[in-house]
Design a protein around this ligand. Sequence first.
Ligand code: 1PX
Length: 215
Amino acid sequence: ANTVEEKKFSLKEVLDTFSLCLSENKEVYIEHYVEGWRGLVRFMNSLGSVFSFISKDAVNKIEILANLLNGENGTHYITIQSMVKYELDSGLVDLTQRDKHPESGCRTLLRLHRALRWLELFLERLRTSSEDSKTSVMCSEAYNESLAQHHGWIIRKASGMAFCYLPGRPTFFEVMNVGTPEEVVAMLGEALPIISDVYNITENVYTQHELLQLP
Ligand code: 1PX
């Protein structure tokens, strides 16, 4: 049974992973990007099983990218920039409809990239929230401003229902395992600029290559 206590992890460690994503010349390492997402999913799983339909999809996408990185063409998947160049040059991306390459690195990473925007918006709300703020409200506002625009009706409904099961702000802060609420707020203040850097750099790469609407 579940008597052995799992090693407690801190959300700080998870968010720190994203600082490893950026190379000196502002390329984004897929290895650390994927690792960051693994940590986030682990955190989400600790919040309860109502979120498992979300983590299943996230894990699926994380594994697609990890397999590409560890596969025979792995050297092309070191950074997001090199992945985009390689897949486009080799005709490995479906540009208009999901067809020959339904699991390209480019379209798969784009889904996580959109979710990273949700994370940025949600964490910024958490950072500036007051004691009586509702996590479910912060979460759905962040979702509506980001991911929801790419989701169909059923997923939006299911997500909205799942958000209602989020623990309240005090519990949420505790599960993060970072320290006092003040320390959580400070940690978020340090982590957010990094997350937004990673997001913006990726967004620019996708914009330059007109990949933001990949099916
Ligand atoms: C302190 C905060 C830390 C919280 C960490 C939470 C990590 C959240 C991870 C969410 C990852 C979601 C990936 C979704 C990717 C996606 O958009 N997939 C859809 C499209 O994929 P397709 O291959 O069909 O083009 C797919 O249809 C999605 C299905 C599952 C539902 C996704 C709902 C996303 C809600 C995001 C908010 C998460 C709230 C967690 C609360 C902590």
